[in-house]
Design a protein around this ligand. Sequence first.
Ligand code: ADE
Ligand code: ZN
Length: 326
Amino acid sequence: ADRAAFIAGLPKAELHLHIEGSLEPELMFALAQRNAVAIPFASVEEVRAAYAFSNLQDFLDIYYQGMGVLHTEQDFHDLTAAYLARAHADNVRHVEIFFDPQGHTTRGVAFATVIAGITRALDEARREYGLTSKLILCFLRHLSEADADATLDEALPFLGRIDGIGLDSSEVGHPPSKFARVFARARALGLKLVAHAGEEGPPAYVREALDLLHVDRIDHGNRSLEDPALVARLASEGMTLTVCPLSNLKLCVVGDMADHPLKIMLDAGLAATVNSDDPSYFGGYVGANYQAVADALDLSKAELLALARNSFTGSFLSDADKANHL
Ligand code: ADE
Ligand code: ZN
């Protein structure tokens, strides 16, 4: 109870959150009805029952299906506003949100529609809660680099609202090297760079993200721990890892929360953070992620505070804005 109050009171930044992964079953049903889209579920309970995954791909199949109810600017607004209200309730002060435009443009939804809805909700949260945000466009790595390039072209008119690019979807078989050219292009445009690496993929993918993509953060990074030289490098470079405990449990990256490597990461000097990834699918928002991993690993208040501080220092806020949070 003491730990719960401490976690609830900690000001946090969330750095690994796929906005489409915050689509709660209730909103999925409401949007399916509003847009007259058929969904293969009869009830909210049936949807939740379908959220049993044995790996990343199991989840991705249902995640891409779920986002099919999102059509209008209002839909993207309502999705984002619901997440931001929930994050605010967890004392999240700053959020860096991923979105997957290719999950929408391939269904005929305009890039501009997606951006307009998300940014309207971000602007409202800034005014209503003082909650600040950055927006990160993710490329789907199971698609080609040419597709990613075309998506970056579509983003060019909106770079005033897009702070960085990321790399997500099916990791194994789609190494960072596949996207070296489009990342170089984004880097030349002044965008921040992140990539999912070492969630299911090997430590070599984390090395590629560092050496070939020149990322500013590693999303997940769990499998880095298999390579001690890589761990030493990540620690000495102060590289932020955006770790997602409930995601790791639900996608069987860890078999049990008691086996979660978060404490090992902290003890190794890694700049680990705690994040929710796809909270609707994985059973909890950021506060629940802190709570679950803290209970399982018996994390101290000092460790919890370090995790929360890492979330601000690893953010893409300016040094002046970081200082206001630390
Ligand atoms: N897309 C949404 N969540 C993801 C995850 N955890 N890994 C890869 N791609 C994703
Ligand atoms: Zn993710």
